[in-house]
Design a protein around this ligand. Sequence first.
Ligand code: MG
Length: 256
Amino acid sequence: MTSKLVMIVLLAGSFFMAQAQQKAKPEDTEVWEPVPEVVKPGQVNIEAPADAVFLFNGENLDQWVSTNDRSKSAGWAVSNGVMTVNKQAGNIETKEAFKDYQLHIEWRIPENINLEGQSRGNSGIFLASTGKGDAGYELQLLDSYNNKTYVNGMAGSIYKQFVPLANPARKPGEWQSYDIFWKAPEFEADGSLKSPARVTVLFNGVLVQNNVELLGPTQYIGKPSYKKHGAAPIKLQAHGDKSEPISFRNIWIREL
Ligand code: MG
């Protein structure tokens, strides 16, 4: 090889390497192993304590607004004490903003759920919504009953940050619950991080997140990082997949 040719090969090589480094992909932050152990949960039905405030008591969406236009009402369906995602209407979030809280929320994957992986009953609870769309800290919601996907994207995961400690998912068609203990991040006046967000989560009564320190708001691609924000609404995700929409009921909060 002539030295000129060697030069061209070297240049081309470094060019393609730089390209590969620049193009971060969603797959880069997926974790597939080890797979959390399946645990059959006991019976869970946490009745709201006297000092809890209902965010959804089965009657209406008065406590909720559209995320993309907070002046608009939340366009999800309510019937028989249950609210169901309307994918066209998009994400919804609470009118009120919160800091630290205990939250109880029940959800149901439809019995006739179709599709697979991340397209199977995907939704999520953004523990603090930091903007439009999916901005915020997502506790993933998905059918994790015999549904293989990356483990930091299964039900009970802090999406792409923390794998659940166990998989206590119930069958599609059955009601499931999250009990969430959220400590909001705190920031210095100059915007730097004072203390990260922390969360503990029970999934069907089983501990799946044990006081983990979040790395920042959820990032679908790339690494998370914090940006200063104050008290924030709680947001529910209308995921863009084509599977049957999921439902929620009995949502209550206790501010700490
Ligand atoms: Mg989701």
